[in-house]
Design a protein. Sequence first.
Length: 283
Amino acid sequence: MMMRMKRWMASLILLIMLGAVACAQTVEDETNALRNALVKHQRYMRGFSADSKIQWRWKDGALVQDGPAVHMFSALVAKSVKGSGNKIEISADRYIVFRGKDTKMVLTPLNEQAQITIDLNGADIAAVLPHVEEALFFRDLDEALAAIPPDFRDAVPPYVDPSQEPKPAPPLAGCDCTDAVAMKCGTPYSMKNEGMVMPKLLYSVEPEFSEEARRKKFNGDVQTGLHIDTSGHVSDIWIIRPTGLGLTQKAVEAVRQYRFAPATCHAQPVSVFLTIYTNFQIF
């Protein structure tokens, strides 16, 4: 009887060990598959987060992200993919995306990294890994561009060759501000639209230099796109043209505190998109 029990226990331990080895191999295979799909490949992240540290989590059988406060249309090129313990980590370089000629995109290094962390919340990593690529990234560039909200399509600026003088934009066609067809108006809520009064800045904050930019005497410009809601508050921020050494973050910290008299269409407050340029100069 004791001999049978020992043989049964030995068989059980062997099965457990084989199961653990098989599970470890599955995790390694899935991690390698994700690594091969992302490392050195140009990808576009869902949610368009501009954060340097991006948090996702596994909840109720799906990967979710808390809505980022600041957005940017950028390309991520992963350098490493690691899965261990209760998290998956993806380290990537970030690139600014410009519209080039013939619908091609021009990528410029931002010299900034993005660290993506997925909190497994106790889930089996082998069950989560197969969902990461599709949940975090668009399938291709066209899908990513289509997902940009209409008001923020200009968040992908045209590429301007620094050796050439930029051509002035053609004049916009005017129409009534209540016209729902944006293309007919040139842009939605354009200043040329009849009955439209644009927001008036009531309160602003001077942006601070980052310590690194001050130390290196680095100058730069940041262009941000803001949604100004019907109360005159900044409700959403997109980074259109970033710059380095922490100045982009400093510009965002300043403009999110701006307050406006809201835009009106025939005296009725409306939410509008506004572009703000922040210039950093140190002498």
